[in-house]
Design a binder for this molecule. Structure first.
Ligand code: COA
Length: 352
């Protein structure tokens, strides 16, 4: 029987570290000011979110989301022992695409140097923090059906350019960082249902759509974008808006339910799973999920403390980080549960 195997993994974060202390002094060009710009502080951020620092791209206007995706992709393809020309499908999850259209997957395809060589299929998916599980479900279906044989699944985000560096935007601004993670998936012949991608489930509840959103424009209006982006009285639409408490409650509920369902539907227990890799939105959300779902704490992997929330990238980025630290080993089984804007949520079990 054909099942899906993780063939390679890679990740990338930019070099610039922005601490909680520094973020309070940054203007929207990411330049440190002499006096504090945003009323926030390290203690508040750590207490509420667990975040100490995050990574930002250079502020020279020369880095795109596709560049972060490209670096992670090159590493994942090399890790799989493949060449870029072996890839026959790209699925890219991002909420911070290079531009409104075309999607960013085609830009990555071009930057990988395979656009004219393979003309491979390119999908952008828009499931925000749940994109990696959604993308893995798509990739798994494609591979089991024989549609594609070497799928590059990427999560990449350049958040730092679209945050509100002011007290108005502080609830969201302190949470997010830049980064990318990628996986290469392909077919394997096995009758062992516990190998490769064992399980994926994806869910959504559109009632929560406006509880965490970044509009930028409203297409129903004429003109569809009608504000001065430099006027703080008018430009709120340019920045993410969040009902933090509703997001927190729904995230805990969605991640607990999907974690429990993943175990129940596969007949697995924590004895079968080496690592729990939750989406990295907030350390407090993850601690609550671990407590309510009774997950062995020693099996939990986080990176939120030093990478912040990198949305679609968090799952592969966290697995790859802990692999580089020597914790995650080849063949380990991971249960990942995610929650994000939409609301969307889901879970996956797979061996790495
Ligand atoms: N620094 C300092 N104070 C801040 C702040 C910041 N960065 N952000 C908000 N505050 C203030 C609020 O303005 C409020 O002030 P007030 O009491 O004077 O009105 C106070 O802190 C408490 O705000 P509240 O929203 O009640 O805090 P909270 O305990 O709900 O924590 C979050 C806020 C954002 C940390 C929390 O709601 C959360 O983690 N939500 C989930 C967010 C998330 O994970 N999003 C991504 C999902 S994929």
């Amino acid at each position: 029987m054909i099942r899906t195997k993780v063939l390679g993994l890679g990740s990338y974060v930019p070099d610039r570290v922005v601490t909680n202390e520094e973020i309070a002094f940054l203007n929207d060009q990411h330049v440190r000011q002499a006096t504090q710009v945003t009323e926030t502080n390290d203690q508040w951020i750590q207490q509420r979110t667990g975040i100490k620092e995050r990574r930002y791209v250079p502020n020279d206007g020369a880095t795109w989301t596709s560049d972060l995706a490209l670096e992670a992709s090159k590493r994942a393809i090399a890790d799989a022992g493949l060449q870029p020309t072996d890839i026959d499908c790209i699925i890219l999850g991002t909420l911070s695409p290079d531009f409104h259209f075309p999607g960013t997957a085609v830009v990555v395809q071009k930057k990988l140097g395979i656009a004219d060589k393979t003309s491979c299929a390119c999908f952008d998916i828009r499931q925000q923090c749940s994109a990696f599980v959604y993308g893995m479900q798509m990739a798994d279906a494609f591979i089991r059906c024989g549609t594609y044989k070497r799928i590059l699944l990427i999560g990449a985000e350049l958040h730092s350019h679209a945050l509100d560096y002011s007290t108005r935007g502080r609830d969201v601004m302190v949470l997010f960082g830049d980064g990318a993670g990628a996986m290469v998936l392909g077919p394997m012949e096995t009758d062992d249902p516990k190998q490769g991608v064992v399980y994926t489930a994806a869910h959504a509840d559109g009632n929560g759509a406006m509880d965490l959103c970044l509009k930028i424009f409203e297409i129903a209006r004429l003109p569809y974008l009608d504000y001065d982006p430099r006027d703080r009285e008018q430009n709120a639409l340019m920045y993410p808006k969040m009902d933090g408490k509703r997001v927190f409650l729904n995230a805990v509920r969605g991640m607990v339910m999907s974690t429990q369902a993943a175990l129940a539907k596969t007949g697995m227990s924590w004895d079968d799973i080496q690592w729990f890799v939750p989406h990295q939105a907030n350390l407090r959300i993850n601690e609550k999920v671990v407590e309510v779902a009774k997950i062995p704490p020693e099996k939990v992997l986080n990176t939120i403390e030093f990478y912040g929330n990198t949305t679609a990238a968090t799952v592969p980025l966290t697995i790859d980080y802990w692999r580089q630290q020597g914790k995650v080993k080849k063949g380990d089984r991971v249960l990942s549960s995610v929650f994000g804007s939409g609301f969307t949520w889901g879970a996956a079990i797979f061996t790495v």
